[in-house]
Design a protein around this ligand. Structure first.
Ligand SMILES: NC(=O)C1=CN([C@@H]2O[C@H](COP(=O)(O)OP(=O)(O)OC[C@H]3O[C@@H](n4cnc5c(N)ncnc54)[C@H](OP(=O)(O)O)[C@@H]3O)[C@@H](O)[C@H]2O)C=CC1
Ligand SMILES: CC[C@](O)(C(C)=O)C(=O)O
Ligand SMILES: [Mg+2]
Ligand SMILES: [Mg+2]
Length: 342
């Protein structure tokens, strides 16, 4: 059995007794900073001069400093800038302001697992990794619920790293849903695998192939969009509520039989072999090396792939259809449709 933690296993006063700097105010950063504040924690946000996120944090009444100033004030430093930015952020703003007894908290283990950040021995190093997008981490907290978290301690210099990590996890609502004890290595490798093979890469590719198959066979793009993208959310909601079995319970017998006989034709054993190859590249560091090399070069591959993705016909079809479904857009984020948003 995994070691599981819920609200009763954590003492909120531990994090309430510390000074916290949240570096970054994006998907996770805004969620952590706002929920920490609402949980009675002394929090400030660290963002570079000229950062476009500054005004968003200030509009929420948060104190915004430069990353170095925020780190100098704080004894708990939360690293929620994008993964490829964390190496230089650590060298320039965090490391010079670290004192023995301070704590470094991550939302994902990438930079520790692959050795881009090497904290000194006198500092606690922990991770609270939500198993969901940051905007939903905040939405769930506000609704009185939570997104599950993975919790790890890489370095327990003070002997207090676990109570601190659990207290932090409680403050952002994670222990309402449950926390699982893990390691930086397990979190990093499973998280990268999940997002590449299933949640983001696998699902997006499956949807695009489904859309292309239908439209290339002459069916209307709008019908294809509703069939393979819009309805997927409704199907996945049933899986979320009751596993694959609840989805199979709710759909027609025709759909359930088709699931059994055609699912394995589409996602055949070669797909599992491909997944194993993706996992191997995560474990041996090849993916991390490729990603960081591209980022260090100004992200030419990343930008090209992003631009290609945004003009796929399923996206242009979807943008038009969603205009007629105002309720589909969430009111609590500032996402803007289309290339201009980047
Ligand atoms: N996205 C998610 O839901 C999840 C993310 N994580 C992890 O959380 C961490 C943060 O990811 P995510 O929230 O996606 O990140 P985002 O890409 O959303 O972070 C962008 C934010 O970081 C700021 N930023 C950029 N560079 C710096 C810097 N050098 N110093 C300080 N702030 C900076 C940006 O400012 P500006 O506005 O000026 O660009 C913006 O506020 C990562 O480790 C990620 O793996 C874990 C679970 C889920
Ligand atoms: C699935 C993508 C994710 O791992 C997440 C939201 O959990 C991420 O890195 O954003
Ligand atoms: Mg994840
Ligand atoms: Mg991830």
């Amino acid at each position: 059995m995994p070691e599981l933690f819920y609200d009763d296993d954590a003492d909120l006063s531990v994090i309430q007794g510390r000074s916290v700097a949240v570096l970054g105010y994006g998907s996770q950063g805004h969620a952590h900073a706002l929920s920490l504040r609402d949980s009675g924690v002394d929090v400030r946000v660290g963002l570079p001069e000229g950062s476009k996120s500054r005004v968003k944090a200030e509009n929420e009444g948060l104190r915004v400093l430069t990353p170095a100033e925020a780190c100098a004030e704080a004894d708990v430093i939360v690293v929620l800038a994008p993964d490829p930015a964390q190496r230089s952020l650590y060298a320039e703003a965090i490391e010079p302001n670290l004192n023995d007894g301070d704590a470094l908290i991550f939302g994902h283990g990438f930079n520790i697992r692959y050795g881009y950040v090497k904290p000194p021995a006198g500092v606690d190093v922990g991770m609270i990794a939500p198993k969901g997008p940051g905007h939903l981490v905040r939405r769930e907290y506000v609704e009185g619920r939570g997104v599950p978290v993975l919790v790890a301690v890489e370095q327990d210099a003070t002997g207090n790293a676990w109570p601190l990590a659990l207290s932090y996890a409680k403050a952002i609502g994670g222990l309402r849903a449950g926390g699982i004890k893990t390691t930086f290595t397990e979190e990093t490798e499973t998280d990268l695998f999940g997002e590449q093979a299933v949640l983001c890469g696998g699902a997006s590719q499956l949807i695009m192939y489904g859309f292309e198959t239908l439209t290339e066979a002459g069916y209307q793009p709008e019908v294809a969009y509703f069939e393979v993208l819009h309805e997927l959310k409704l199907i996945v909601d049933l899986m979320y509520e009751g596993g694959i079995a609840k989805q199979r319970w709710s759909v027609s017998d025709t759909a359930e039989y088709g699931d059994y006989v055609s699912g394995p034709r589409v996602i055949d054993p070669r797909v599992k072999e491909n997944m194993q190859a993706v996992l191997a590249d995560i474990q041996n560091g090849a993916f991390a090396e490729r990603f960081i090399a591209d980022q260090d070069a100004g992200a030419p591959e990343f930008k090209k792939l992003r631009a290609e993705g945004e003009v796929h016909p399923i996206e242009t079809t979807g943008r038009e259809l969603r205009k007629l479904m105002a309720w589909v857009k969430s009111a609590d984020d500032d996402y803007t449709e289309g290339t201009a948003a980047r």
